[in-house]
Design a protein around this ligand. Structure first.
Ligand SMILES: [Zn+2]
Ligand SMILES: [Zn+2]
Length: 139
């Protein structure tokens, strides 16, 4: 009997991969991000075409405007290859939009439940300020 074989098969991998839904930012959000960044990559100021999920989708990042960053092809690859760089932008967006920058309305409703209805929570207010106008285009 080999007891190692019992622990060598992580069964969660396949299930998690299945769960990943291939969603993209809506056209409305993509257009708005390009306007805000003046079509320039946020890192090198060359022309940017890629809309990066600041908080990766694999870590719960949603298709909301406060989770979108405009990058060029080269810098986008770099951000995904360099953990420090990825985390830099996460920190930066957290400071700019609050700790829920990568969440959507459904997430916030779950997190705050009744507070969300009353809109009396400061972090919820901050989120709404930046995202409310884009919500109908979030799909
Ligand atoms: Zn760039
Ligand atoms: Zn990306």
């Amino acid at each position: 009997m080999n007891s190692y074989s019992l622990v060598s098969k992580p069964s969660y991998n396949r299930r998690d991969k299945k769960k990943v839904v291939r969603e993209k930012f809506s056209k409305m959000i993509r257009d708005e991000v390009k306007i805000r960044y003046n079509n320039q990559c946020a890192m090198c100021y060359q022309r940017g075409h890629h809309i990066h999920h600041v908080m990766p989708k694999s870590r719960g990042g949603r298709n909301v405007i406060t989770n979108a960053l405009l990058l060029c092809n080269t810098c986008h690859k770099e951000v995904h290859a360099e953990k420090k760089l990825l985390n830099y932008w996460i920190r930066h967006f957290k400071e700019r939009y609050g700790k829920h920058f990568y969440h959507n309305r459904e997430d916030l409703e779950l997190i705050y439940k009744t507070e969300f209805q009353k809109k009396n929570n400061l972090v919820v207010q901050k989120w709404l300020e930046h995202n409310e106008a884009f919500e109908i285009f979030r799909k």
